[in-house]
Write a protein that binds this ligand. Structure first.
Ligand code: B12
Length: 472
């Protein structure tokens, strides 16, 4: 094979997030003998000039673009990245006849919408390693590729989505982690991503993770995770963020990963953050996480009102959360809670119950997302599509499918931020996902205050940096 693939990281939001998904795809292609070119737009100042330079003497078989986020998922700002991706696609069309394929977790949350909005030639839904390699082989041999699993493509003006085949992570070769400059990402204050598994089995009615990653949990062998960590360490990378939807699901695997890190003696050399579910969690896990270098956990708690938790499809109760907090405080593990307000059945009263409880439990930092991002393939999206939920959509016109769509419980009267601010604004432990850098916001997309703190040397998860800043 002589012609290769050009792979482009399009996620230029500041502060930075390392392009781990695109990195895995790139390395799978390299492993399959495909020549690759990589362009990381987050380090380029003039993106059009960079594209032009990259394609000057190159005739790639195809171009692959990462779509990590469709939008910032904030009800207040509703910043969509799809026009930006569409601009890149249009510019590429001027520079090369090569087809442009999209992929990434954002793309996989709603492939059809993203393809229509950006006019790319196609995309890979879900895992990219095997699918992109298979697509490349078909392209290089001039063969029909319309049968390939995970492929999303145009046919007679319609978007076709082929069935998905998820990669068996037990047999995936350990990634080399050398296709993108992870060291530079870390130097600029980003945490470098690493996975211990893919997929999430939880039944949360709103969440895009089971859609993008699958409901079946696919575990990576702990020894392979640790080998990757050791290799990143050798490259000078020690600030990490796990990419798992929930690190503690399943509990046994989380403990095995921690033990493998501890046994290799690298727990004191790395600092990592992760997302966890409030249950299952126990003292042994907290102690293992502490010893394995965990610097903080973001718990997706969503609500502290039991009726609301039930409506959101959550498995934990407010009592479980109270026990969890007792354990975390006793074992001194840094953490924050993420809450999701405005879901079906939410009222000012259920919000008050949640905020009062968070205060009573003395939770050190609480992030509040108000308004629920709606994705077509989630239970919430389906309830809206079949008419079960009729009111509460923003915007409710449905004219521009690429616009981020939110649900907000009609009982809240449309102004959920005011309700929340009245209940929590005086308390610096509460952050609201509004516009970036708005006072009290924790929207990371192009947040100037956060970016400045990082430039001045602050390190760690972005919520942890904000927390330390607020304390001082
Ligand atoms: C960890 C994480 C974070 C961490 C990142 C830590 C770090 N490294 O610094 C933090 C907390 C910083 C974060 C921030 C944000 N996040 Co986030 N995050 C995640 C999480 C849990 C993991 C993402 C990840 O790295 N996955 C691992 C990689 C390996 O998987 P992948 O990217 O999907 O790649 C695979 C495939 O998609 C495909 N692929 C990837 N790229 C390409 C390219 C091509 C060409 C092809 C063919 C295939 C392909 O192949 C890869 C391997 O199989 C996801 C949810 C999830 N479970 O994935 C949310 C998620 C991506 N985040 C989300 C959001 C909204 C955000 C924020 C915008 C929130 C905000 N307003 O501040 C910011 C954006 C920051 C930024 N600049 O991008 C949403 C995006 C939803 C959407 N509509 O697009 C997600 C899906 C969570 C959710 N369920 O809502 N996030």
């Amino acid at each position: 094979m002589t012609r290769g693939i050009l792979l482009i990281n399009t996620n230029v939001a500041r502060p930075l997030v390392s392009p781990v998904g695109l990195e895995h795809v790139t390395e799978s292609l390299i492993g399959g003998g495909v020549p690759i070119q990589v362009l990381d737009l987050s380090f380029e100042t003039d993106w059009k000039a960079s594209l032009s330079k990259e394609l000057k003497n190159a005739e790639p078989l195809a171009v692959g673009l990462s779509v990590r986020n469709t939008d910032d998922c904030s009800f207040a700002s509703r910043k969509s990245f799809l026009p930006w991706i569409g601009e890149i696609v249009a510019e590429l069309k001027k520079l090369t006849p090569a087809p442009v394929f999209l992929g990434g977790v954002g793309f996989s949350t709603m492939p059809e919408t993203v393809l229509r909005a950006t006019r790319a030639d196609g995309g890979i839904e879900g895992d990219g390693e095997e699918a992109m390699l298979a697509l490349t082989h078909c392209l290089s041999r001039g063969e029909d590729f319309s049968h390939l699993p995970n492929l999303v493509y145009w046919h007679n003006g319609e978007v076709v989505r082929n069935p998905r085949v998820d990669v068996d992570l037990r047999y995936l070769p350990p990634p080399r982690r050398r296709s993108f400059d992870n060291r530079r990402y870390q130097q600029l204050g980003a945490m470098v991503g690493i996975e211990t598994k893919r997929g999430c089995p939880q039944g949360c009615i709103f969440c895009a993770d089971p859609v993008a990653k699958g409901r079946k949990v696919r575990l990576r062998p702990p020894q392979v995770v640790v080998r990757e960590l050791e290799d990143l360490l050798r490259q000078g990378v020690s600030w990490l963020h796990l990419c798992d939807s929930e690190f503690n699901l399943p509990l046994k695997h989380a403990k095995q990963v921690c033990r493998a890190i501890i046994n290799k003696g690298i727990g004191g050399k790395i600092r990592w953050y992760c997302y966890c579910s409030p249950t299952p969690f126990d003292r042994e896990l907290v102690r293992l996480m502490n010893a394995a270098g965990c610097a903080g956990i973001n718990f997706g708690v969503d609500s502290l009102c039991d009726d609301q938790l039930h409506r959101l499809g959550r498995a934990h109760s407010s009592q479980d959360v109270a026990q969890l907090v007792g354990l975390l405080h006793k074992e001194r593990l840094n953490y924050m809670f993420d809450l999701l307000m405005g879901g079906p059945g939410e009222t000012a009263e259920t919000i008050q119950i949640t905020i009062d409880k968070a205060r009573e439990l003395n939770v050190p930092l609480v992030g509040i997302a108000a308004g629920i991002r709606v994705y077509p393939s989630t239970p919430l999206g389906k309830a809206i599509a079949d008419g079960t939920l009729k009111e509460g959509l923003h915007p409710d016109t449905g004219e521009h499918p690429e616009q981020p769509l939110f649900y907000l419980s009609p009982s809240l009267g449309g102004d959920v931020i005011t309700v929340i601010n009245e209940l929590a604004a005086d308390d610096s432990r509460f952050l609201v996902l509004s516009a970036p850098a708005e006072k009290g916001s924790y929207n990371y997309v192009d947040d100037k205050v956060l970016s400045r703190l990082i430039e001045q040397g602050a390190r760690g998860a972005y919520w942890d940096i904000i927390q330390r800043h607020r304390r001082t």
